[in-house]
Design a protein around this ligand. Structure first.
Ligand SMILES: Cc1cc2nc3c(=O)[nH]c(=O)nc-3n(C[C@H](O)[C@H](O)[C@H](O)COP(=O)(O)OP(=O)(O)OC[C@H]3O[C@@H](n4cnc5c(N)ncnc54)[C@H](O)[C@@H]3O)c2cc1C
Length: 271
């Protein structure tokens, strides 16, 4: 189902440049191309790695409006609830997603791997006619009476009715084109994430263990055959479970035991 009717333009807009091919940029490219608008996307650093993203019901509804819900459900895993534990493993609260009335009629949450989501949005936008250039960004932007003239780092140039900055939290469109000099502040805490096999969907719903301060450990499905493990902390050094790096081959149980030991040292080794 698509809520977007092809017309070749949206108001006075028929040629759009989107800078940034992340979730927002590619979702917009899908919607505008479905409406018949000529769309070009310039993406500086396309996503080929990453762990999982949890899409809430309003995001699922948006993907349904773009005609992508079936594909989302084919590679994502539906979660029904979030179980919260304290650092000693006592269940403290269960959040039932069906009771969160954000977009009634949709699953509460779908967990999908970020590269799979990016590939799905990219594939469909291209199939609808979007021109997506990788490893390219804008060099200059000149505003004209009826739009913008843009030159790119690959030596090409173009004229557009509209330029959309979808280049994320460190947006250079915001900084260089709109002259808004407002950079985000870095927080002291961060997250280590790992992706491991999730045989027979052993991990179906997300779980969260909270320790002292900002320390927490999460285990959640990342699509149908993998799950993700994430440790949030005031990060001063690489936690032991992350030292093996990519492809370290830890089993879920080993990673779980090791990461959980980080949020509550007293439980280290006890599983
Ligand atoms: C640890 C973590 C966990 C999260 N978990 C969730 C979750 O479970 N559910 C959820 O809904 N949200 C989650 N979020 C938030 C979510 O990731 C962001 O809201 C989302 O990625 C924003 O999408 P975006 O397209 O605006 O920006 P981004 O995803 O940052 O994409 C911006 C794109 O622009 C590109 N770009 C940047 N500068 C330029 C340039 N000058 N030229 C060309 N391209 C450029 C980048 O390479 C990137 O591909 C999480 C965020 C973090 C940090």
């Amino acid at each position: 189902m698509s809520a977007v009717e092809p017309s070749g333009s949206v108001g006075a807009v028929s040629r759009v440049l989107i800078v940034g091919g992340g979730v927002s940029g590619l979702a917009l490219a899908n919607g505008l191309t479905a409406a018949g608008v000529h769309v070009e996307v310039a993406e500086r650093n396309p996503r080929t790695s990453g762990s999982a993203i949890g899409l809430w019901s309003f995001s699922i509804r948006a993907l349904e409006q773009l005609g992508l819900k079936d594909e989302l459900l084919a590679s994502g895993a539906i979660s029904e609830k979030l179980e919260n534990f304290d650092a000693r493993g006592n269940l403290t609260k269960v959040v039932d997603y069906a009771e969160i009335p954000i977009a009634p009629g949709q699953p509460g949450q779908v967990m999908i791997s970020r590269p799979d989501l990016a590939a799905m949005l990219d594939r469909n936008a291209r199939a609808r006619g979007a021109h997506i250039k990788h490893h390219v960004t804008f060099e200059t932007v000149r505003e004209t009476q009826d739009g913008v003239e843009v030159t790119f780092t690959d030596g090409t140039s173009g004229k557009y009715d509209l330029l959309v900055g979808a280049d994320g939290v460190f947006s250079t469109v915001r900084r260089d084109v709109l002259d808004i000099q407002q950079a985000p502040r870095r927080a002291a805490n961060g997250t280590w994430q790992a992706t491991v096999p999730n045989k027979d969907i052993a991990v179906k719903n997300p779980s969260l263990w909270s320790g002292e301060g900002f320390r927490s450990f999460q285990l959640y499905p990342s699509g149908r055959d993998r799950c993700a493990i994430s440790l949030s902390d005031i990060l001063l050094e690489r936690p032991p479970y992350a030292r093996g790096g990519k492809g370290a081959g830890m089993r879920i149980a080993d990673t779980f035991r090791c990461a959980r030991g980080q949020i509550c040292p007293a439980t280290r080794g006890n599983g």
